[in-house]
Design a protein around this ligand. Structure first.
Ligand code: ADP
Ligand code: MG
Length: 621
């Protein structure tokens, strides 16, 4: 979703000063940092040229830490102090931690729903461990971007709850990062593929990582992704394929006695072979032997497929379940996005393609796609313009622009996500006979009631010539120029009287405010429709009461005393109804009063015609 960036023209960064922001995929197995440079997203490498940072932190006695590949390499030697998969502990109390994690580390109950991990350097919270990973990524970003870093978008699984999200934010702050926003991983992947600019509809994201499988169904509506359903398996990932292959290799090279660290070495070899098999038909595995020897075993892709097809199939049941829960069939899915390093395996891709009956998106590296989507979002949030849009501070309208109508209702003139520059006009009319001025209240937001939107400006159109209610034609034009300046003009069409206001967007809605307002717009759609129907009937009731009263004062002579009394009773009845919240009852009251005044209106019409024929003016008809 592109977002409004409102700022004084003087505040915009000079062309050379791009505000740099990064996207971070803080993964269970691997983490990455990416940015958008020269309009292209790219993952940033470390000094050795690696873009993937294994999410592994080793604590040393002196309090220093080793993070990434080096830590992964010594995991076998120092398992208790080398923390992997810390993401599984984020925002979790001891009772929520799964058995494998409990077995692997010395966990303490830190109270307040937190665990701590006992290390040689003392107890460390998962937030601190994650901060070590994030700090390395921040340093990497600063090394290639300089210290212009304005902030980071950090991704989290769609199913993360508040505590897990808060823990992630805390880790980022601890690492010295300014969090622009947390973004759901599947949404980031969809953004990387530009699906936020694609057709509205339902998208599926299949994410098979190192140790977790996440499936999400997203709905794109009005430029915003909403998570419709999530499912998955927190104990299924690429590691299981390594295990299966390691077992098989072990059997093939039978008689080999594996000690613990040897089996770690075998697992590492299995992983290498698995990854190589994604692009080669045969790979030679070098199975480590107890006596420091190595036995070579040839692995054919087909062997590996046979060995692991059950794991692939296991991932399909949560997919089917999520679709079922969301009441969707595979045909309802517009596109499927593949995420996670393990989706490089061809049999994973073909199983997903078969289930959905279409080829999934795989063009972007599945282990980079989340970081790339996060970087694209970060770039927008940092307020960077797209190339060629030299003066554009905003590219689309993030929240609808409209007017306050009678009864405190909003009428949307420019819908959200319209690209600018844009101009739209709508005609309005007067509400009362002889109305000479009209108040124009410009509002922004998705809600139906003005009180729930944001007020941008008020002005008046004066000098409307006296005309009966509904007679004047007032055209209100909203125009947003390329600089994001909104001007609103109101012009009475017959006389040309005009008035206008320019809304200087000198203050902006923060990203969170925009998100909040959108969310509230979606959440209240149903209530708002009820409220709108009620307000509309109330306005109509008031208009009718006023018009009838006016007619009664002008033309009481056309009515008998009892007719007059009946109309007054109907008016009072409708007045009473219009204070109730029942829009259907008000509507019935309106219909009753209209019916009761039918004769009276006809008599007034006759009278007006008689007067016209005798030379009187009929302007007021
Ligand atoms: P996470 O989201 O859990 O941090 P990733 O998306 O980085 O994890 O996925 C890591 C997994 O992807 C590992 O199991 C790794 O072996 C696997 N993987 C990476 N490259 C390949 C490949 N070429 N073929 C098969 N699996 C791969
Ligand atoms: Mg991941």
């Amino acid at each position: 979703m592109a977002l409004l960036q409102l700022s004084e023209p003087g505040d915009s960064p000079a062309p050379h000063e791009q505000r740099l922001a990064v996207g971070i995929d803080l993964g269970t197995t691997n983490s990455l940092v990416a940015t958008v440079r020269h309009a292209l997203p790219e993952c940033l490498p470390n000094a050795e040229g690696d873009v993937i940072l294994p999410s592994v932190v080793r604590f040393l006695r002196d309090g220093n830490t080793i993070v990434g590949r080096e830590a992964l390499a010594v995991q076998a030697q120092d398992p208790r102090n080398t923390i992997a998969s810390v993401k599984r502990l984020m925002g979790r109390g001891l009772q929520d931690v799964d058995a494998p994690m409990r077995g692997r580390y010395d966990l303490l109950d830190a109270g307040g729903g937190m665990v701590r991990i006992n290390t040689v350097a003392g107890p460390r919270s998962p937030v601190e461990v994650s901060a070590e990973i994030l700090r390395r990524l921040r340093e990497r970003a600063e090394a290639s971007l300089g210290d212009n870093l304005v902030g980071a978008v950090i991704t989290v699984p769609a199913y993360f709850d508040d505590a897990q999200r808060q823990a992630t934010k805390d880790a980022a702050r601890l690492a010295g990062l300014n969090v622009l926003r947390l973004l759901n991983e599947p949404t980031a992947a969809a953004i990387a593929y530009g699906l936020d600019e694609a057709a509205e509809g339902i998208y599926a994201v299949y994410d098979l990582g190192g140790g977790t499988f996440d499936f999400s169904v997203l709905r794109l509506a009005r430029g915003v992704f909403e998570v419709m359903a999530t499912s998955g398996d927190s104990a299924l990932g690429g590691d299981d394929f390594d295990d299966a292959l390691a077992d098989w290799l072990h059997r093939k090279a039978s008689g080999v006695d594996l000690d613990c660290s040897r089996s770690r070495a075998l697992l590492a070899e299995a992983r290498r072979v698995k990854e190589a098999l994604s692009s080669a038909p045969v790979v030679t595995a070098r199975v480590p032997l107890a006596a420091d020897g190595v036995r070579e075993v040839e692995v054919h892709a087909q062997d590996f497929v046979t060995l692991t097809q059950a794991l692939v199939d296991r991932s399909l049941s949560p997919v089917k379940k999520a679709l079922r829960d969301a009441g969707l069939g595979v045909d309802d899915i517009q596109a499927v996005v593949m995420v996670g390093g393990a989706t490089r395996m061809p049999h994973v891709r073909s199983a997903v393609a078969k289930l959905f009956g279409r080829q999934p998106h795989t063009d972007i590296d599945p282990d980079k796609v989340v970081a790339i989507g996060a970087a694209i979002q970060a770039n927008v949030l940092a307020g960077n313009r797209r190339p060629g849009e030299d003066w554009l501070l905003l590219d689309v309208i993030p929240l609808s622009l409209g007017l306050e109508m009678m009864g405190g209702l909003t009428e949307k003139i420019i819908p959200r996500n319209s690209t600018i520059p844009i101009a739209k006009a709508q005609d309005f009319t007067t509400y009362k006979d002889g109305q000479s001025a009209m108040a124009i209240h410009v509002v922004q937001g998705e809600r139906e009631l003005v009180q729930d939107c944001r007020s941008l400006a008020r002005f008046e159109l004066r000098g409307i010539p006296p005309m009966p209610a509904g007679g004047a034609r007032i055209r209100v034009t909203f125009q947003v120029d390329a600089d994001g300046l909104l001007s609103v003009t109101a012009r009475e069409q017959t006389t040309g009287v005009e008035s206008h206001v320019t809304v200087k967007p000198s203050y902006g809605l923060s990203d969170d405010e925009v998100a909040q307002m959108l969310k509230s717009g979606f959440e209240h759609a149903e209530d708002d429709m009820q409220a709108r129907a009620l307000r509309e009937q109330q306005v109509e009731a008031r208009r009718l009461i006023e018009a009838t009263r006016q007619a009664l004062t002008e033309d009481a002579s056309l009515l008998s005393a009892s007719e007059h009394a009946t109309l007054l009773t109907e008016i009072e009845h409708l007045e009473a109804l219009s204070t109730t919240p029942d829009h259907l009852a008000i509507k019935a009251g309106i219909d009753a009063l209209s019916a009761a005044t039918g004769d009276f209106a006809a008599r007034r019409m006759d009278k007006a015609i008689r007067e016209a024929l005798t030379g009187a003016r009929v302007d007021n008809l």
